[in-house]
Write a protein that binds this ligand. Structure first.
Ligand code: 5RP
Length: 262
């Protein structure tokens, strides 16, 4: 990443910065995956270095674990941590009920396990992730590689009669071969365009043999922090039903990624 922060980088950075306000010494934290979550991980690294904070972290992907270790965070397995105080992650979409679509980075399975093993899950995002209705972003579904095409067909059959506007299931690729998740599975991206009843779709997807988990997070996230390119941050917190606005002064030399190796 170059030294100039784009407005989107600034939005992600200020959202991540605001999320660090919820971090306390001694906490066990879940670390999300993706570019926004990476800002949070890097901010945490700074806090550990500068303020001597003691944190124990569980990463939702190998990529995040590697970044976390690089910035000086202690990373353990979920078994070692047993339970987490707080998970902070990005999202692909969120609606006004704080239902999410996640898995754009292919880490939805570990992300859902880690978020569910946490007292709180907080999402950090730029404003482009807010939607009136979920579904414009293709819904990722993690499936067992064995018979993945058959599983995709069963999913499409199940979607007949559901409140969706599309039923295409696309195997996610990485070059010429299927993308493989950290758990050794494939991802089918469902182009639903509109998800009228996310709870029902989520339930029905997980009934299909071969489906391991889907990217709908319902009743899991309790707080969404939205950053904006001008430094404004809004916090919607369902734990105390509050809505707050904050403001950060972001300078270009705040690019804390400059020290990190690619
Ligand atoms: C990874 C995810 C990410 O949180 C999601 O894709 C958002 O990523 P980004 O912050 O890069 O936009 O669910 O599986």
């Amino acid at each position: 990443m170059g030294s100039e922060l784009t407005p989107i980088d600034k939005a992600k950075f200020v959202a991540a910065k605001q999320a660090t306000e919820y971090v306390e010494n001694g906490m066990k934290l879940g670390l999300g995956t993706g570019s926004t979550a990476a800002w949070f991980v890097t901010c945490l690294g700074e806090m550990v270095r500068d303020d001597g904070l003691k944190l124990t972290c569980v990463a939702t992907s190998d990529e995040t674990a590697s970044l976390a270790r690089q910035v000086g965070l202690k990373v353990v397995s979920l078994e070692e941590a047993r339970w987490l105080d707080l998970t902070v992650d990005g999202t692909d979409e969120f609606d006004e009920t704080l239902a999410l679509i996640k898995g754009g980075g292919g880490a939805l399975l570990r992300e859902k396990i880690v978020a569910t093993a946490s007292d709180r899950m907080m999402v950090i995002a730029d404003a482009s992730k807010r939607v009136a209705q979920l579904g414009a972003f293709p819904l990722p579904v993690e499936v067992v590689p064995f018979g993945a095409a058959i599983t995709g067909g069963l999913i499409q059959e199940m979607l007949i009669g559901m409140d969706v506007l599309g039923r295409e299931a696309v195997l996610r690729m990485e070059g010429d071969t299927p993308f493989v998740t950290d758990e050794g599975n494939y991802i089918l991206d469902l182009h639903l365009k509109h998800i009228g009843d996310p709870r029902r779709i989520s339930f029905m997807l997980n009934q299909i043999p071969g489906v391991i988990e889907n990217g709908l997070f319902i009743d899991i996230c309790d707080t969404v922090i939205v950053g904006h390119g001008d430094g404004k941050v809004t916090v919607r917190d369902f734990t105390n039903n509050s809505a707050e606005i904050h403001h950060y002064d972001v300078r270009d030399d705040d690019n804390i990624f400059m020290d990190i190796e690619d």
